[in-house]
Design a protein around this ligand. Structure first.
Ligand SMILES: [Zn+2]
Length: 319
């Protein structure tokens, strides 16, 4: 098979630190209050996330929660490695959770989509006891005619280059609900939470995955155009190559982040999202701090799996 998703890959995993949940909520709420006009964090029963606006492939984020990072930015730059293709079904097996509900951010399958693209992974895989797959993955790509963003459903479970994924049994149950509005700090919503947890827990690595809604305001997103014909060696070259957009709320974002790296060469945050009005891509930050309203549902992961970590690595382009 040209996509070569069955090749042998390295897999490592680490147990993550799972804080006492009341403490975690309190730590996040206090930290977020220093960066947003209003912030509340509670451990609540998850609403049915299959419903609008979230439209996830499973109702909740509970049951053996774990994170997986597959491939990495070094597969994209400085020179693209087009042979680095993967399959979400396979990742569920590689992360020891066949049949998992898989949510997250990655690069779309360039064989299937036809060009390089952003992937918003949203799949209930069909392994284990699950006999039916439900794939509600979307991809965003750049319109070659006018440079606009195109959002499409993606029937394939394959992807290319990299992904940061949250896996669980997708069951209903309790999750961390985070509501913030009116940003006063400089960091984006996810970086802010990541740094709060890093300050509190230091080397004890805490990982979260889930989804957030940008309910009001606008946000800066990027979409990768087709592969660069010249090497991307510097941040300036990367930023000149990427296409940036100010996208309108409401935007549904799938997000993974970790408070630190337990030595697995990880990308510590990665969030991709879309609007049902037809745009999507990689979340950077909101551009309307006074207006912005976020509502998030995250689960605390028990493990991080590292699949097919690039042998030659660098720190470019990880934000
Ligand atoms: Zn991305």
């Amino acid at each position: 098979m040209a996509e070569n998703t069955d090749r042998k890959m390295t897999i490592e995993n680490r147990k993550l630190f799972v804080p006492e949940i009341d403490e975690l909520c309190k730590v996040l709420e206090e930290g977020l209050k220093a960066n947003f006009g209003e912030a509340s964090v509670n451990y609540v029963e998850c609403p049915d996330l299959t419903q609008l606006p979230f439209t996830l492939a499973s109702p909740g984020l509970c049951g053996q929660p774990r994170l997986a990072e597959v491939g990495g930015v070094p597969n994209l730059m400085p020179v693209v490695k087009k042979e680095t293709n993967y399959d979400i079904e396979k990742v569920a097996e590689q992360a020891d959770l066949p049949g998992a509900f898989v949510l997250g951010a990655g690069a779309g399958c360039h064989h299937f989509v036809g060009v390089n693209s952003e992937m918003m992974a949203n799949v209930r895989t069909k392994g284990g006891e699950n006999k039916d797959r439900q794939n509600l993955t979307r991809i965003a790509k750049v319109n070659k005619q006018d440079g606009s963003c195109i959002l499409e459903a993606c029937d394939s479970t394959q992807f290319s280059l990299m992904a940061n994924l949250f896996l669980s049994e997708g069951k209903p149950g309790k999750v961390v609900e985070i509501k913030v509005s009116k940003r006063t700090g400089e960091e984006n919503f996810v970086t802010c939470m990541r740094n709060i947890l890093n300050m509190k827990y230091g080397d004890k690595c805490v990982g979260l995955g889930g989804t957030f809604l940008i309910e009001k305001g606008k946000a800066k997103f990027h979409v990768m155009p087709d592969f660069s014909t010249t090497p991307l060696d510097t941040l300036d070259q990367i930023n000149n190559w990427l296409k940036f957009y100010e996208m309108s709320s409401p935007l549904v974002v799938f997000s993974c982040f970790l408070s630190s790296d337990p030595g697995l060469d990880l990308r510590l945050e990665h969030s991709h999202g879309f609007g049902h009005h037809g745009e999507g891509g990689h979340y950077h930050y909101d551009v309307t701090p006074d207006e912005v309203v976020y509502k998030a549902y995250y689960q605390v992961a028990e493990y991080i799996y590292r699949v097919d970590a690039p042998k030659e690595t660098h720190n470019l382009g990880r934000d």
